[in-house]
Ligand binder design. Structure first.
Ligand SMILES: Nc1ncnc2c1ncn2[C@@H]1O[C@H](COP(=O)(O)OP(=O)(O)OP(=O)(O)O)[C@@H](O)[C@H]1O
Length: 219
């Protein structure tokens, strides 16, 4: 299954504050990885939250397969997976439990959920940390657990918010390879990053400067 997720001339603001994103048009395309780059505060997370259905534009719209995306509940139902910037894991559950809970609440049967959890932790190199509490994992291990959870859900859209920021070079490369595998199975992947090398490994780049798009060109 593929999905076409489009931000169509969106402007985003928090409360009555000035806009933090202005007139942005960008598509998450099946089979491709879009890098969203820009300095701290440029609006990368805000764009991802709009695509995830967590925030509504004040102008323009986010559409999914041509129809307006209503909210996060609809986005979850339609398989728009978000790996949030600060991992979003439950610290007092184990790495495996965090993934299992997500899978079971997405409707996966318990036996399949256990198998998918083990596979996902293996892919990020955390097979031996499966039964460890998240609060006892290092920052990079927590980040990889959040990535494993996002991978295990196998959605048609994967939104990954700075998911390599705490990783060493080898794990960063592993994660980029895993994001590529997601695109190769047909997912639309959007990846925010400060790392020019990581961005260069993606198919397309949207560069934000103070909420404005500057480089929408495909490579
Ligand atoms: N909840 C909020 N309330 C008010 N302003 C916010 C909120 N979240 C973000 N902002 C503002 O929106 C702008 C864009 O923030 P955003 O987090 O999208 O940037 P970013 O590019 O992801 O930054 P970073 O690389 O540091 O994560 C910033 O000026 C920030 O202060």
């Amino acid at each position: 299954m593929t999905r076409m997720l489009l931000a169509d001339r969106i402007t985003m603001a928090y409360g009555k504050d000035r806009a933090v994103l202005r007139d942005i048009t960008v598509a998450a395309q099946p089979g491709r990885i879009l890098a969203v780059t820009g300095a701290s505060g440029a609006g990368k997370t805000t764009l991802l939250w709009a695509l995830a259905g967590l925030l509504s534009p004040v102008e323009g719209q986010v559409t999914l397969d041509g129809a307006p995306l209503r909210d996060r509940d609809q986005a979850v139902t339609q398989g728009i997976i978000l790996i949030p910037q600060h991992n979003g894991l439950a610290p007092t559950l184990t790495a495996a439990e965090n993934i299992l809970v997500a899978l079971v609440s997405a409707g996966v049967r318990a036996g399949d959920a256990r198998r998918l959890t083990a596979e996902a932790l293996e892919r990020v190199g955390l097979a031996n940390q499966a039964e460890q509490l998240v609060e006892e994992l290092s920052g990079g291990q927590q980040q990889r657990t959040a990535i494993a959870r996002g991978l295990a859900l196998r959605g048609p859209v994967l939104l990954a918010d700075e998911v390599t920021s705490e990783l060493d070079a080898a794990n960063r490369q592993t994660v980029l390879t895993l994001l590529r595998a997601e695109a190769d199975r047909g997912a639309a992947v959007v990846f925010t990053t400060h790392d020019p090398q990581a961005a260069a490994a993606c198919d397309d780049e949207l560069h934000l400067i103070d909420g404005h798009a500057t480089t929408p060109a495909p490579r």
